[in-house]
Design a protein around this ligand. Structure first.
Ligand code: GTP
Ligand code: MG
Length: 196
């Protein structure tokens, strides 16, 4: 359980993030996949992270302090088509330098839309994480949006692709920010990561 969650600071410059004096977990994934919603669900604070039906809502590196113990980070989404190439390049640079340069980062939760078949952009991003040694787990989102059968089918197809790329299946969670499902499992895993 999270008892206290507080916004700390927003940045475009990874160098201006808070002093890396606590364990840190970041949330990333395609625009609109449900990063900010999942963060609100996990923390139990409804409007802690700003959400929107329109993709591209989160544009900064947002730090939240959790229980005075760890930092939770909400990142902008990748693969958002409706911004200029220039903006896209800037976001990508910001995100990649954050992910590869943040010393206290102990895990990156990569969110995948459980409604979709495996998407190239997600597989490419995960492949990049693997190459760069960024420690990740996979979180499937929006499981409430379709039948369990359909969710299971999409999850399985995605995990099969992961196995093709990496030779094994990563840790993963199936969640719904709407229903609160997967909350205990994800928080239990966070606890393990930050205690290491
Ligand atoms: P960006 O900041 O734009 O990259 O998006 P994001 O990944 O932070 O997504 P956000 O949390 O803003 O959610 C996008 C839309 O999906 C919003 O309309 C949410 O209400 C909806 N949504 C997110 N998670 C869920 C979920 O688990 N179930 C349902 N039904 N809707 C969800
Ligand atoms: Mg967001």
């Amino acid at each position: 359980m999270i008892r206290n969650a507080q916004f700390v600071v927003s940045n475009t410059d990874p160098k201006k993030c808070p002093k890396p004096d606590r364990a840190e977990i970041a949330f990333i994934g395609r625009s609109n996949v449900g990063k900010s919603s999942l963060i609100n669900m996990l923390t139990g604070v409804k409007e802690l992270a700003k959400t929107s039906q329109k993709p591209g809502k989160t544009q900064l590196i947002n730090h939240f302090m959790i229980d005075d113990r760890w930092y939770l980070v909400d990142l902008p989404g990748y693969g958002f088509a409706k911004v200029s190439k220039d903006t896209k390049d800037k976001w990508e640079k910001m995100i990649s330098s954050y992910l590869t340069g943040r010393d206290n980062l102990c895990g990156v939760f990569v969110l995948i839309d459980s409604r979709l078949e495996p998407q190239k952009i997600d597989l490419e991003f995960l492949n990049w994480c693997g190459e760069e040694g960024v420690p990740f787990v996979v979180v499937f989102t929006k499981a409430d949006k379709q039948s369990k059968t359909q969710t299971d089918k999409n999850v399985k197809a995605f995990l099969n692709k992961m196995e093709d790329i990496f030779g094994d299946i990563p840790d993963y969670f199936v969640t719904s920010a709407e229903k609160g499902s997967g909350k205990d499992e994800v928080l239990q895993f966070v606890d393990e990561l930050i205690s290491e």
